[in-house]
Design a protein around this ligand. Structure first.
Ligand SMILES: [Fe+2]
Length: 230
């Protein structure tokens, strides 16, 4: 099942871990059957970290965290589809990190819980969020600050995280494509409006997508057929 937007480009380059600036490391770990990019942002000085979209394969995520002596403070959901949340319980229990999502994502998270329980998951596998965020809220990861951008469309409570030259988009924006809007809670008009918000960010912003390879805002403005649609 293709769970996210159709990519329009042919060759995919997987995102690689590298140091973006002196104070920050970003790692992208591919997890689960749908190859979700679980993004881990770390303040190199304090080792505080934010784990974004832990969709599955908790052992892969914890191996990276433990090998680098990180201290996850937050587990953030760009949205609550199952391929972005299913390893959250293990991380929360092991590191006592707080789960963060947008308040408009409650229904999506409930739907995910029901779906996954029909597959054999337990209710406890979907712990309640510790913090609900809104557009404009700031998430602090050590000394690094990131702004929450509410980008409804793929789901009502989809968010992107922006700061330090980086944008994490979940399933809102992909390289050459955008998130599908035909799932429950999806809304094409809202998605296009959200993409217009992202077009106002600096062109050099590095974009880490929820699936497939990363990109840059100015490349998407120039080539993505969804950017700028009325
Ligand atoms: Fe999704």
């Amino acid at each position: 099942m293709l769970y996210y937007g159709l990519a329009t480009s042919g060759v995919f380059l997987r995102p690689l871990a590298f140091t973006y600036n002196e104070g920050m490391i970003i790692e992208s770990i591919i997890v689960g059957q749908l190859d979700t990019n679980c993004v881990i942002i770390t303040d190199t000085k304090t080792r505080d970290a934010c784990v974004i979209d832990p969709g599955d394969d908790p052992e892969k995520i914890t191996a990276y965290i433990d090998a680098n002596n990180l201290r996850p403070a937050y587990i953030l959901f760009t949205h609550a589809h199952y391929d972005h949340v299913c390893a959250a319980r293990e991380l929360k229990e092991k590191y006592h990190a707080g789960i963060v999502m947008h308040e408009d994502e409650k229904t999506t998270y409930e739907d995910t819980k029901k779906l996954c329980m029909s597959w054999g998951y337990d209710e406890e596998d979907f712990p309640l969020p510790d913090l609900y965020v809104r557009d404009g809220d700031v998430i602090e990861v050590g000394n690094l600050c990131f702004s929450v951008i509410h980008t409804p469309g793929h789901t009502p409570g989809s968010i992107c995280l922006f700061g330090n030259g980086v944008l994490v988009t979940g399933d809102t924006l992909f390289r050459g494509s955008a998130g599908r809007t035909d799932l429950p809670g999806g809304n094409r008009e809202h998605l296009l409006r959200s993409l217009k918000k992202l077009m106002r960010l600096p062109g050099t912003t590095r974009v880490l997508c929820g699936h497939d390879e990363e990109t840059i805002i100015k490349i998407e403005i120039a080539t993505n057929p969804f950017m700028g649609l009325p």
